[in-house]
Design a binder for this molecule. Structure first.
Ligand code: MEV
Length: 422
């Protein structure tokens, strides 16, 4: 049977339609109709003049907590989806990813300045008015509790230099929650400031440091599923563990190692209409000199397996905002079987782990350029107009003389090929 990645785009859509993964309306969004109608886009940003499409692809072969998935990814870098699929395939052969998620809210800070001994006044005020503060928060967003969310915890914190803050831990339900949390924070801040004579309210805003929203995923790969043409699987596994360790001790390497993880995470986050800046801010806020990356790779000698784990702050949502406005985001979630937010976090963390594995496997064996160049040649051949059955021959021609690979060369190779077949 022809593999998913070997099909043309039209045939892939036909297969998804046959499988029942998409319906006729979805087909229209994916092919003819503009994926983002001007009426929607014009109301999303200021001064809108057009849209900026990037390719949407499906990373194949994911098995996550026993469920088979093709994960939508929106990304311009040619190798990212191929890399994630390749790693997911190796991981699926040992049972797939196992995830766990911890998600109990977003912290908002209500910040006061010029606080000295009167910190105790602030603390006592919050203690004595807790019931009213909870009511003010509830009234600011009455539907939140019906969606399973709400204000979970209030703490009063004294910081250096006369700053003090009231921290609100707010569960946003299945939404990412920035709007809900900021609305509640501003209303509670005003309620407190109006009753705290002489206290200077500086601001009220959520924190993107979301240590309370973590996703973990574990992947195992049998040594037998790791070899390359010139290296056996045990050796590849050991070299991957060494590469991962080097990222933990070298800040220069950690930056690139983490970029490889973010290749997958950002593409999946963007495809689902989530806020990529928020995800990056949260994930990087978690790192420091003791913890330079989110992944860890070890060897399980007994089971002859390479074991990878990711533990990352991932403040995602599965409803609300752009997720509910962008037709493509809704479609991506449908392709993921409409996960709730916890499930989506586990899926996205798994994509990050897969991307990391693929990058390291390439780096510690033949290097990444071979794969990258093949994709680059394929893209040149397609831009020159090669049909699927002509691709391989044109790519081979480009590969034979990489220094002169260009659109012009691809077009010449295509003409030669068609002439010889006449
Ligand atoms: C390229 O987009 C990402 C890599 O550099 C990641 C890595 O080095 O681990 C291949």
């Amino acid at each position: 049977m022809t593999k998913f990645y070997e099909l043309s785009t039209a045939d892939r859509l036909a297969q998804l339609r046959t499988e029942g993964a998409i319906e006729d309306d979805d087909l229209r969004i994916l092919s003819d109709e503009p994926a983002l109608p001007t009426a929607v886009a014009a109301n999303m940003v200021e001064n809108q003049i057009g849209n900026f499409p990037v390719p949407l692809g499906l990373a194949d072969h994911f098995v996550i907590d026993g469920e088979k998935l093709r994960v939508p990814m929106a990304v311009e870098e040619p190798s990212v989806i191929a890399a994630a699929s390749n790693a997911a395939h190796r991981i699926a052969r040992a049972g797939g990813f196992r995830t766990s998620v911890h998600r109990d809210g977003i912290t908002a800070q209500i910040v006061f300045t010029g606080i000295a001994e009167d910190f105790e006044v602030l603390r006592t005020f919050v203690h004595e008015h807790e019931v009213e503060i909870r009511k003010v928060a509830r009234d600011a967003h009455p539907s939140l509790e019906t969606h399973g969310g709400g204000l979970r915890k209030i703490s009063v914190v004294k910081s250096a230099e006369g700053f003090a803050q009231i921290d609100l831990l707010i569960d946003p339900g299945d939404a990412m929650g920035a709007n809900v949390v900021n609305t509640i924070a501003e209303v509670v801040a005003r309620y407190c400031a109006d009753r705290l004579d002489g206290f200077d309210l500086l601001m009220a805003i959520l924190s993107n440091d979301t240590e309370n929203q973590r996703a973990r995923s574990e992947a195992r790969i049998d040594f037998d599923n790791l070899p390359t043409r010139d290296m056996d699987g045990v050796e590849v596994a050991r070299r991957i563990v060494a590469a991962a360790r080097f990222a933990e001790i070298s800040p220069l390497r950690a930056a690139t190692h983490n970029k490889g993880i973010m290749n997958g995470i950002n593409a999946a986050v963007l495809a689902t209409g989530n806020d990529t800046r928020n995800i990056n801010a949260a994930a990087y806020a978690d790192l420091n000199e003791q913890r330079r990356t989110w992944t860890k790779w070890t060897i399980d000698e007994e089971r002859c397996q390479l074991v990878g784990r990711i533990d990352i702050s991932l403040p995602l949502g599965s409803v609300g905002g752009a997720i509910s406005t962008l037709p493509m985001a809704k479609l991506s979630l449908k392709l993921l079987h409409n996960p709730d937010t916890e499930r989506l976090m586990g899926i996205v963390a798994s994509v990050g782990l897969a991307s990391n594995l693929s990058a390291m496997r390439a780096l510690v064996t033949r290097g990444i350029q071979e794969g990258h160049m093949n994709l680059q040649f394929k893209s040149l051949a397609m831009s020159a107009g090669a049909r699927p059955e002509e691709l391989e021959r044109v790519v081979a021609g480009l590969r034979a003389d990489p220094a002169h690979a260009s659109l012009e060369t691809a077009a010449n190779l295509l003409t030669q090929l068609r002439n010889t077949l006449k």
